[in-house]
Design a protein around this ligand. Structure first.
Ligand SMILES: [Mg+2]
Length: 148
């Protein structure tokens, strides 16, 4: 079976961490874009078609939670997995209440990460499918079809 790559945006101010993770995710066939700040992440989402954002909570300037709020406001269908350090589980829970799909504790276990990535991608695909179906129904209704 041919794997359709998930378009992932990695957001973290730690360049080494991002480069390492980027390499490993590319190895398993994902399509990776990176951003080093919240603002850069938003700019990237504006121009690239992204499925899932892996978002560091602790960043200088616009932090992860603030970035998450903006992502969910401007790109509600994009799924977000948060990366947290020790002691920021509360922030992770807050993030999930704001619409994040899940969170990972740093240093993230790679298998755990790919599993969560798969789950996030699945949720996005299913939501898009529901929207397509709703739109199709709406079209039928508007054209005076079987539902009128
Ligand atoms: Mg950081």
């Amino acid at each position: 079976m041919i794997k359709i790559p998930t378009k992932v945006l990695l957001v973290d101010d730690e360049k080494d961490f991002i480069e390492m993770l980027s390499l490993r995710l590319k190895e398993v066939g994902e399509k990776i874009t990176v951003a080093y700040s919240g603002q850069e992440a938003l700019d990237t989402l504006e121009k690239d078609n992204i499925d899932v954002v892996i978002l560091d909570i602790k960043m200088p300037g616009m932090d992860g939670i603030e970035t998450l709020r903006e992502i969910k406001k401007q790109f509600p269908l994009v799924e977000v997995i948060m990366l947290t350090g020790h002691g920021s589980t509360e922030t992770a829970v807050e993030g999930m209440k704001l619409g994040a799909f899940d969170y990972l504790m740093k240093p993230a276990d790679f298998d755990d990460l790919t599993l969560k990535l798969e789950g996030a991608r699945k949720r996005k695909d299913e939501q898009e499918e529901r929207i397509r179906k709703a739109e199709a129904k709406l079209l039928v209704r508007k054209s005076g079809g079987i539902f009128s």
